[in-house]
Design a protein around this ligand. Structure first.
Ligand SMILES: Nc1ncnc2c1ncn2[C@@H]1O[C@H](COP(=O)(O)OP(=O)(O)OP(=O)(O)O)[C@@H](O)[C@H]1O
Length: 283
């Protein structure tokens, strides 16, 4: 394992505030606006080393996607630190305090992270090639020809060169997700973040996307993957992290986590997925 830490999260806390305003009739009956605070991350520490594939598992609502989104500053954190390549993402430190940095600086730093979402997020009015070229031209300011060459190389990496002129409406879900992966890869990020990349796919399309992600991992790309695909997690991960209610309850190699889970929540998760293991001794 490389000593170089690409992503470092320390004591990360995140709370969402949800405001529920009652309808007019309820208000006439005296109902008040409810303000609920949901503490989603309660002090998360995580290091991702260069070349490592870290898979985050956990039951629904445990905070996995939020952690990923905080890494990318799609969400702000309340306290703690997230460094990507040694830089604070989204913040700068002034007089010992964290303040929001300029959006342009965040946009630049964000190119260090490639993100693949559940719902692909492709431009519907652009071809597969156009989708991959767009951030190269718009964010990296590459000239058209260079952007096209790099986009074609990356479409080839995900096996979609023959679909380069297709619009998203003419691509299957699996192909759309592979275009999204090519688009993120083309930016040459330090780390790729995958947020449940196969959850929106029909079951028969899942495997082609997982195979592409496995191939990219085998090329030494640093990755953090949130997934519910347990077998895939076991196959691809160097490190598996299990989250429960906003904290990391277990961390280990796939063999450790799958065959010798230490935490009752990990055991419950494996059992729900039909993976038979012995219950942890200490629970
Ligand atoms: N923007 C938001 N506003 C309010 N609550 C939110 C927001 N985003 C997430 N949450 C809440 O935070 C909690 C954690 O959500 P998160 O999506 O991080 O969980 P998860 O572990 O990724 O779950 P899943 O596996 O179902 O995607 C949930 O209770 C969710 O409803």
């Amino acid at each position: 394992m490389s000593d170089e830490v690409i992503v470092s999260a320390r004591d990360v806390h995140k709370t969402f505030t949800v405001t529920k305003t009652p309808g007019i009739f309820s208000r006439l009956r005296g109902a008040r606006t409810e303000i609920n605070r949901i503490e989603v991350l309660k002090g998360v520490d995580l290091d991702v080393h260069k070349g490592q594939t870290v898979v985050i598992l956990g039951s629904s609502g445990s905070g996995k996607s939020t952690l990923l989104r905080c890494m990318n500053k799609l969400e702000t954190i309340d306290s703690g630190r997230i460094l990507v390549n040694g830089h604070l993402v989204g913040y700068e430190e002034r007089d010992g305090k964290l303040v929001d940095e300029k959006a342009s600086v965040t946009a630049q730093k964000r190119t260090d992270l490639g993100m693949v979402f559940q719902q692909f997020n492709l431009f519907l009015n652009k071809t597969a090639l156009g989708n991959v070229m767009a951030p190269l031209q718009d964010v990296k300011k590459m000239p058209r020809e260079a952007a096209e060459e790099l986009a074609l190389q990356n479409l080839k990496r995900v096996g979609l060169l023959d679909r380069k002129d297709n619009y998203p409406s003419k691509l299957s879900g699996g192909q759309k997700q592979r275009v999204a992966i090519a688009r993120a890869l083309a930016m040459d990020p330090s780390v790729m973040l995958f947020d449940e990349p196969t959850s929106a796919l029909d079951p028969e399309l899942v495997e082609e996307v997982l195979a592409v992600i496995k191939a990219i991992a085998a090329q030494g790309t640093t990755m953090v993957i949130v997934t519910h695909e347990m077998q895939f997690a076991r196959d691809i991960a160097d490190v598996i992290v299990v989250m429960d209610q906003g904290i990391i309850v277990e961390k280990g190699t796939p063999d450790e986590v799958f065959f010798r889970p230490k935490h009752a929540k990990t055991y419950a998760l494996l059992k729900r997925s039909g993976l038979a293991v012995e219950p942890p001794a200490a629970s």
